[in-house]
Design a protein around this ligand. Structure first.
Ligand SMILES: [Zn+2]
Ligand SMILES: [Zn+2]
Length: 320
């Protein structure tokens, strides 16, 4: 009984309600409200906007953004209803600082359920690691979004989708179910999959001493955030994918912003370091293959035959 009471005491009710009611009501809407083509296109546009997220600019300072771009991204991030950038970036910096340890807020070693949603729904049993967020404390735009986060999330995440679909093609209810709740649910679980699936499945292309992996499906859901092995190894790089054929729309968006003058100082890790990471992993892979094959013994380990034993062997061969 006391374990149940303890468990209930650990529940964080607000995120738990958001994370259960959004999909539940959204799925109810899918069965009761037909999806109009315009609402579908609008929901996809909203998904791309809200999935741009906080990550590369505020968690990692991987580029500089002009004020209009910062406001655009702060409002977009609020519309995803994943908390203010201040709290989000604090947790994420701690995740990088203490990856795979008890101090990591979404420690992958506690299992998929914990790293996916558990850490948001339950208070941790131990004190989590602290990360330096002094730059965010002094950032007036970040503090503005933190102060008005609930209002911004309510207006841009919940009211706007319904209002746009209602005013332009008379689909208030469809806008609410699809462009708001279903879109939000997809963005939520895409982001959460970076912490869960991309720490459990996929390729360790640059570093196998930590759990993060490159996972294409997660990248597909999160506008390129799924190349997580690269990201954890080179966190301040504005790219998550570095090959031309890899899907990283967030990187393309940042490059476009630079091109039109809204972003600058895009940071990239030296190619030499990146190649060292991939070569180290390639050498480890080859070493495993080498160890699995039979090789000739060292010449020093071969038996030494005396003249007498040779003669004896020759005699046996002749007799037989
Ligand atoms: Zn991670
Ligand atoms: Zn990160």
């Amino acid at each position: 009984m006391s374990r149940v009471v303890d468990f209930v005491r650990r529940i964080r009710w607000f995120p738990t309600l958001v994370l259960t009611l959004c999909p539940a009501v959204g799925i109810y809407g899918m069965f009761t409200t037909p999806l109009q083509s315009k609402t579908f296109v609008y929901a996809v546009v909203m998904y791309f906007w809200s999935a741009l997220g906080y990550h590369r600019l505020w968690s990692h300072r991987s580029y500089n953004a002009s004020m209009p771009l910062q406001i655009f991204l702060l409002v977009a991030g609020a519309s995803a209803a994943q908390g203010s950038v201040y709290g989000w970036a604090r947790d994420h910096r701690a995740h990088h600082r203490y990856t795979d340890s008890e101090l990591d807020p979404y420690n992958a070693k506690f299992g998929l359920l914990w790293s996916h949603v558990g850490w948001m729904m339950l208070k941790p049993k131990v004190d989590l690691g602290k990360a330096d967020i002094s730059d965010l404390s002094k950032d007036t735009l970040v503090q503005w979004q933190n102060r008005y986060y609930l209002l911004l999330a309510g207006v841009f995440g919940f009211v706007l989708p319904s209002l746009v679909a209602g005013c332009f093609w008379n689909d208030y209810v469809g806008g609410f179910y699809y462009a708001c709740l279903i879109r939000m649910t997809v963005v939520h679980h895409g982001t959460f999959a970076v912490n869960s699936l991309a720490h459990a499945f996929g390729a360790q292309v640059y570093n196998d001493e930590i759990t993060p992996r490159d996972h294409f499906l997660v990248a597909l859901l999160t506008l390129g955030e799924g190349y997580h092995n690269f990201h954890h190894t080179f966190p301040m790089d504005y790219r998550n994918a570095i090959r031309w054929y890899q899907y990283d729309p967030t990187k393309w968006f940042i490059a476009l912003c630079k091109w039109v003058g809204l972003a600058s100082h895009l940071r990239i890790f030296p190619e030499n370091e990146i190649q060292k990471g991939s070569l180290t992993m390639e050498l480890k892979r080859l070493k495993k293959i080498q160890d699995s094959l039979d090789w000739p013994a060292d010449v020093k380990a071969l038996p030494v035959l005396s003249w007498e034993s040779c003669e004896y062997l020759e005699l046996r061969r002749v007799i037989s």
